[in-house]
Design a protein around this ligand. Sequence first.
Ligand code: IPE
Ligand code: MG
Length: 214
Amino acid sequence: MDGNGRWAKKRHLPRAVGHQRGVEAVRTLTRAARQMGVEVLTLYAFSSENWKRSEDEVSDLMGLLKRFIRSDLDEFVANNVRLRIIGDTSAFSPEIVALIDDALARTAANDGSTLVIALNYGSQQEIARAAAAAAEQGAITPETISAHLDTAALPPLDLLIRTSGEVRLSNFLLWQAAYAEMWFTEVLWPDFTPAHLQDALDTFAQRERRFGGR
Ligand code: IPE
Ligand code: MG
């Protein structure tokens, strides 16, 4: 989810307003994805590199995260959505860690769809952690590394979407993206609508996936 800052800048608004509109897009798109039958939706909400932003911006993002969990958890519970987190949440405040733990516990038995939020997530760090854990148990192979990734319990990644015109992965799901289809759009995240998601899914459906075969 990229482009909140540029969305705000274009309108001469503070970056914080862009992030607020970004959260509204999250709300709309998580609902739409559920209705479109997307079984697992993973959102890159905060990267392990986002700590480099100003203290003010980091604190705005943390505030939005808290408010989002508080306001939307009931809807996830009511709609049989299981919440999962990837990334290292130990760096967050005790208040946020408690909110996350509560949200995970309250949705743990849900089996409708899965919403994964990447928080303090960095794919290279994740792969290094997984390789170390695999080594501790014996062999380092693609299978044992996969089994120790934060995404171990999730199905393979099918489609990766990046908004705002950037054409790079920025440390997101590097391992998991090995055979994922990629869809890039110029649309800034706050402007991303269910119609854009449908467009991405339609494109995905037309792609021929060979996984290295022919
Ligand atoms: C959202 O967009 C990213 C986060 C949720 C941290 P940006 O804040 O990166 O927006 P741009 O790239 O400055 O437009
Ligand atoms: Mg950005």
